[in-house]
Design a protein around this ligand. Structure first.
Ligand code: MOS
Length: 706
């Protein structure tokens, strides 16, 4: 059953918008606290080895310094199961930039100055920070992020490839990417009377509380995490990182005083995770009719020496196209680097760059139009699970996108269109993102005698629109107008909820809110005869199980189209136009929803053209660790971006009929741009980003009329 809609589907302005644009919305670092102390971290200057000596005399003697923390005096943690956050426990260094100490002082300036006065002596051991496809230490992990098996295989992919009439095999690489939310990772930590209060910009307050409680062996009931507003995250604020544990260690060293820590932009490049670089090999085999018989996708990726994280990069290939013979595999390599983490559409973003580039190359090899080639290889059932999709409108997205973009009549010949010195091309790629439904969300709704509702849930808004969209779901579930509903989120004092991750927030929180509303209405009718008592009433519910998840494969789909211009003499690349058509179930708020997809496509453009962390193999650090040199698309880099949403009715995903949209928009954008760049120039770029030097040597592809 799908919830009938009144508020749902309305393009409401963000309810938190006025607070944000007037600067009154408080982020973590701005929470008013009494007599704060300030924390400044000290980072290792070697990539691997041990600390052999520490001289903190000058720092300790500096007026205003409260303490210098190192592994020698920091509190012992209760669990070292997560080495990323179990810091200052030993003399061991496992990546360059690791927190090896910190200064707590009366001002942030004193803390920073004193941190520079602490002398560390190290004994280095040889390090390795270079990922290679054939790295001798690569291994298949037990599981990837998201709980997926690292390998799948069906039929005889090697035999089918050997016998295929048309074959394509290539290696695609993506660099290390950083989230770079506008709000730097910040923590205010207060340890007082055995209780810990944390103000942290967080994608999930309860998840963070669990991590800190486990790390320090503190009863979770004695920890409160508060996070009403988050200034962007893209995945970097989902898992706990070392900055938060450092702030807690510092708070324990100065009990009763709130300790404030905001990372600098440069510190974030080694502290809050990043998207692993990937080296991916795709093999496609097709019959003479252009129908795929085999597809394989293997990805080699890195993780930290002590902590495993494997991005699920090959998983989208498991659902995209029909082919009887198939294989996917993930290899992980432990290097002397900090731990990678989830970043917007982990898996799908790098994986679909490779697959959708390869599909473009294969369409060319088969002499087929890339839109028609994809449609011809559309599966009827999930090709690895053999079950139906709850809804799958990829073909409709491709057709509608082609119509709106003006794809018809496209001459497939590369390097055939010139305009005033610019080579012009167009490209297409598909988008996909799973519908996840993680258990563990509950909601409480209170109804007062004044007819006002309070909806309580420990959900998060990292800038995505939760404050507004979740209130819209609640209003419809309660049959109430929006102005009678007050939402409270972002606090562990509220009912426990899953983090905002995997585009699952609306699904999980919305389903819990709908269930709590149903119970509240039932209580009101059955126990109170429809009249609210003076004291008010309340009802709570957990997100119910959805058995349909086991009957159907559930995904959102989209099609991305790009126009690219590459300057014939300089290789400069511009993207005057992006157009995306998405089918993602019912859209709760078309305004904030469109912004999500627009932002995703823009981040995909940024990935295609600019973003790349450069690691110096001699020292193991990111050289371009600031926004001056880690380039992110700015307004002048982005041309027209059109977002179109297909009406999609999916009664199986959840009571709202809504799929996640926070990540779908970034998936496929880079491939659409790379494919358009090939069409413009005849140069096939298999290594992101599409910097101008790729185009200066002229066409590498099979067709060159020039
Ligand atoms: Mo998202 S990368 O799952 O926070």
């Amino acid at each position: 059953m799908t919830l009938p809609a009144r508020a749902i589907g309305t393009p409401l302005d963000r309810l938190d918008g006025p607070e944000k644009v007037t600067g009154t919305a408080r982020y973590a670092f701005e929470q008013p606290v009494t007599n704060p102390a300030y924390l400044y971290p000290i980072q290792s200057t070697i990539a691997a080895g041990r600390i052999v000596d520490i001289d903190d005399g000058a720092a300790v003697a500096l007026p205003g310094v409260l303490a210098v923390l190192t592994y020698r005096n920091a509190a012992r943690v209760a669990s070292t199961d997560d080495p990323e956050i179990a810091i200052l426990q030993t003399d061991r260094v496992t990546f360059r930039g690791q927190f090896v100490g910190a200064v707590i002082a009366e001002t942030s300036e004193i803390a920073r100055h004193a941190a520079a006065l602490v002398r560390f002596e190290y004994r280095s051991v040889p390090h390795d920070v270079a990922l290679r496809f054939d790295h001798p230490d690569r291994y298949v992990p037990e599981v990837t992020n998201g709980g997926f098996p690292p390998e799948t295989e069906r039929g005889d992919p090697d035999g089918a490839l050997a016998g295929a009439a048309i074959r394509h095999e290539a290696v695609y690489t993506t660099p290390r990417y950083h989230h770079n939310p506008i709000e730097p990772h910040s923590t205010v930590a207060l340890w007082e009377d055995g209780r810990l209060t944390l103000h942290v910009g967080s994608q999930g307050v309860h998840r963070l509380r669990t991590a800190i409680a486990t790390l320090f062996g503190i009863d979770p009931e004695r920890i409160r995490v508060i996070s009403p507003h988050v200034g962007g995250a893209f995945g970097s604020k989902l898992h706990a990182h070392a900055d938060t544990s450092l702030a807690v260690l510092a708070a324990m060293a100065v009990p009763g005083r709130p300790v404030k820590l905001a990372l600098t932009r440069q510190q974030m490049f080694s502290q809050v995770g990043y998207r692993t670089p990937t080296i991916q090999r795709i093999q496609l085999g097709a019959g003479p009719d252009g129908r795929l018989v085999a597809v394989t996708h293997v990805a080699v990726q890195q993780t930290a020496r002590d902590k495993e994280f494997t991005e699920q990069t090959a998983t989208p290939t498991r659902v995209m196209y029909a082919a009887p013979h198939r294989r996917t595999r993930h290899w992980t390599v432990r290097l002397d680097v900090s731990t990678p983490t989830i970043m917007r559409a982990p898996g799908e973003t790098p994986g679909m760059y490779a697959l959708e580039s390869a599909m473009d190359e294969m369409a060319t090899a088969c002499g087929q139009d890339p839109v028609e080639f994809r449609i011809a290889n559309e599966p009827e059932l999930d090709p690895e699970q053999d079950r139906p999709f709850s809804s799958r409108n990829l073909v409709a997205c491709l057709r509608e996108g082609a119509r709106r973009f003006g794809w018809a009549g496209r001459d497939p010949t590369p390097r055939a269109r010139r305009r005033a010195g610019w080579l012009v091309g167009t490209g297409v790629a598909a988008s996909v993102y799973p519908v996840y439904r993680l258990p563990g969300s509950s909601a409480t709704i209170r109804l007062g005698a004044d007819g006002r509702y309070e909806v309580l849930i420990g959900a998060a808004d990292m800038g995505t629109g939760t404050w507004t969209a979740l209130a819209q779901i609640a209003a419809d579930a309660l049959d109430a107008p929006m102005d009678r509903v007050t939402l409270r989120i972002g606090d562990t004092a509220l009912p426990e909820a899953v983090a905002a991750g995997g585009s699952t927030g609306m699904n999980a929180w919305g389903s819990a809110v709908v269930e709590a509303a149903r119970r509240l209405k039932t209580r009101l009718a059955e126990e109170y005869g429809g009249t609210v008592p003076a004291a008010g009433i309340e009802a709570s519910a957990e997100m119910p199980d959805n058995p349909e998840m086991r009957r159907f494969s559930m995904y959102a789909f989209g099609a991305q189209f790009a126009e690219v211009r590459v300057h014939e003499d300089t290789g400069e690349i511009r993207v005057p136009r992006l157009l995306g058509v998405f089918a993602a179930g019912r859209i709760i708020n078309p305004k904030t929803g469109r912004s999500q997809l627009l932002g995703g496509m823009t981040q995909g453009l940024s990935m295609a053209l600019y973003e790349r962390a450069v690691v110096d193999p001699r020292f193991g650090h990111v050289v371009n660790h600031d926004l001056a040199e880690y380039h992110i698309a700015t307004n002048a880099d982005v041309g027209s971006v059109e977002v179109h949403l297909l009406p999609e009715h999916d009664p199986y995903v959840n009571p709202m009929g809504a799929k996640g949209i926070g990540e779908l928009g970034i998936v496929g954008t880079a491939a659409a741009i790379a494919n358009a760049a090939y069409h413009a120039t005849g140069v096939r770029v298999r290594d992101l980003p599409l910097t101008l030097e790729h185009f200066l040597d002229g066409p590498s592809g099979p067709v060159s009329p020039a």
